[in-house]
Design a protein around this ligand. Structure first.
Ligand SMILES: CC(C)(COP(=O)(O)OP(=O)(O)OC[C@H]1O[C@@H](n2cnc3c(N)ncnc32)[C@H](O)[C@@H]1OP(=O)(O)O)[C@@H](O)C(=O)NCCC(=O)NCCS
Length: 154
């Protein structure tokens, strides 16, 4: 599958929010279109790193990282996602590489949280060199434990 990765634009947000709320992961967190939209808008306004992937459909993937989002010190990969019908084609890996490329300019490591039940995503991150270093029970929602993953970039 051919695809390109580029910075996110305001006009991508409705397209991204529309499939995010259909994604089982974010349904478990009760994500609404309004929340998804506000998150991206605030991120763009703050200067977070927001990337979009286009394939045969526009805006079928994204990555969102906060440059000092971990302990005010290291980049934090807040969310990454690929539309379910375009998953498995390398888009997620390319988005992750772009966030890592930006991170390594100023930081030694990158952190993220992944849900305890989200084994496909845990496998994805491990394949890319991430290691679990901890867990936070009931952090985002009461019934889910967030696993803390870290990658040393250099
Ligand atoms: C996890 C995710 C970002 C990976 O993106 P992707 O474009 O599917 O990933 P790639 O094609 O680069 O890599 C494929 C690998 O991702 C993993 N993967 C995770 N979910 C997958 C899915 N639904 N379909 C296929 N592969 C998936 C597998 O480990 C796969 O490796 P394998 O080929 O050895 O089985 C994407 O599947 C996704 O958005 N999932 C739902 C949301 C999510 O879990 N986000 C991460 C937590 S915030």
């Amino acid at each position: 599958m051919d695809f390109t990765i580029r910075p996110m634009k305001e006009s991508d947000i409705p397209l991204l929010a529309a499939w995010m709320v259909e994604t089982p992961l974010w349904q478990r967190y009760g994500m609404t279109t309004a929340q998804a939209t506000a998150g991206f808008e605030n991120g763009l306004a703050r200067g977070d790193w927001l990337m979009t992937a286009d394939a045969d459909a526009a805006a079928c993937g994204f990555a969102w990282a906060m440059p000092k989002g971990t302990f005010g010190r290291s980049p934090y990969l807040r969310l990454i996602g690929v539309r379910a019908d375009r998953a498995g084609g390398g888009i997620g890996a390319a988005l992750l590489r772009e966030i890592e490329r930006r991170s390594v300019e100023t930081a030694n490591e990158l952190f993220l949280l992944v849900s305890d039940f989200n084994e496909p995503a845990q496998r994805f991150y491990r394949q890319h060199g991430y290691v679990q270093i901890g867990a936070i029970a009931g952090y985002v929602v009461p019934e889910i434990t967030e696993l803390i993953f870290r990658k040393r970039l250099r």
